[in-house]
Design a protein around this ligand. Structure first.
Ligand code: ATP
Ligand code: MG
Length: 351
């Protein structure tokens, strides 16, 4: 098949890990006889430095015309002055809104070879296999804000349409997995959460084959630590999802391992590792490329429909997490290039 992919390497380690993910996609294209073409665009601090804005209109148009967008990371100390007229993160928020990617998927597994890196010792860690679905384009991130000298407000608003589309996506994903959906809210306090819960209850009637449970976000924060292996698909609103997925990421052992996919109604999606620009290690060639490479696997699966290719990439990553080499965040000493080379070799000769 032919696919047109826009890359947005961004800042810090973004370009290093994105280059590794592109190398993997090129290897997949060669091996499976696909034609992928790549168009690199600027975003974040790199775009501010080059043209004074975090995402040019032309770059946004390029993303909207692509089959998929692969992003590295944005931001860094150079652009972090809160009073600056433009900030790198504005580019990312604008991109998510323009692409209409309202469902942010974050799969979490704990690799058996890395269980010693997880802060949890008590649970069946190798059984953890959770897919978080975070609503990405509504809620408090997009509400009206007010500020006076001695008070401030942040509006949290959700419409039924906004809730329904992301919840339906979560139900569909649960159908392809263990058919269990946990919806997280704060319905004992918040009106938006009561609307969320009643919408989930109504939609559940269309998915009688999926078991549904509701959890309050405060209990869920605790349950993720005490029995993470009990969850399949977890769906929640924007702010709760932000917090819970960072908590969950800690269970995997390193931020450098985890991928994400942001999807809308069509096939086009935005794929990025969950880690940030990691300015403390940028430019040293030591960043773990696994989160970016697994994001490329999600791209193959969700935007291009290439399931076998996605699984081949995941299997290659699995082999390298088991046998090494490991990057520094995993307790090893391999650089980005060595980890990439091992993954490409494993892709070439599957176990
Ligand atoms: P952001 O505000 O952009 O989300 P953050 O504050 O969450 O960023 P990161 O940039 O993700 O922070 O970095 C957090 C820590 O994790 C840093 O010590 C960084 O070096 C480390 N880290 C992040 N990504 C990787 C990676 N791919 N490989 C190795 N270490 C990483
Ligand atoms: Mg962060």
């Amino acid at each position: 098949m032919k696919a047109h992919i826009v890359t947005l390497p961004g800042d810090g380690v973004g370009p290093e890990v994105t280059a590794a993910a592109v190398a993997v996609l090129k290897a997949v294209a060669a091996r499976y006889e696909h034609v992928f073409d790549f168009d690199e665009q600027l975003i974040g601090g790199a775009a501010i430095d080059a043209c004074g804005e975090p995402l040019r209109a032309a770059s946004l148009v390029a993303c909207r015309c692509a089959d998929a967008v692969l992003l590295g990371a944005v931001g860094g100390p150079k652009w972090s002055d809160p009073n600056a007229p433009v900030r790198p993160e504005q580019g990312l928020l604008a991109l998510r809104a323009a692409l209409g990617v309202y469902a942010n998927l974050r799969p979490l597994q704990v690799h058996p070879a890395l269980a010693n890196l997880s802060p949890l010792k008590n649970e069946r860690l190798h059984d953890v296999d959770v897919l978080f679905v975070r609503e990405l384009t509504g809620g408090m991130y997009f509400g009206t804000r007010t500020r006076s000298d001695d008070a401030a407000t942040d509006e949290c608003k959700y419409t039924v349409t906004e809730i329904e589309r992301v919840v339906r996506r979560a139900f569909e994903l649960a159908r392809g997995r263990r058919r269990q959906l946990t919806s997280v809210d704060k319905a004992n306090v918040l009106e938006t959460s009561r609307l969320w819960r009643s919408t989930v209850q109504r939609i559940a009637a269309d998915y009688p084959d999926v078991r549904v449970e509701h959890q309050l976000v405060d209990s869920m924060a605790m349950l993720l630590l005490t029995r993470p292996a009990s969850y399949d698909v977890v769906v929640t609103e924007n702010l709760f999802g932000d917090i819970l997925t960072d908590e969950a990421a800690a269970l995997a052992g390193s931020l450098g391992l985890l991928p994400s996919a942001s999807l809308g109604d069509g096939r086009r999606g935005l794929y990025e590792p969950i880690h940030g620009s990691a300015p403390d290690i940028a430019g040293q060639g030591v960043a773990n490329p696994v989160g970016a490479i697994l994001s490329a696997a999600l791209l193959l699966r969700h935007s291009l429909g290439l399931e076998a290719e996605a699984e081949a990439v995941e299997a290659a990553v699995d082999t390298v997490l088991r046998d090494g080499p490991h990057s520094r965040d995993l307790g090893g000493s391999a650089g980005t290039a060595a980890v990439l080379a091992a993954i490409l070799a494993a892709l070439d000769s599957p176990a």
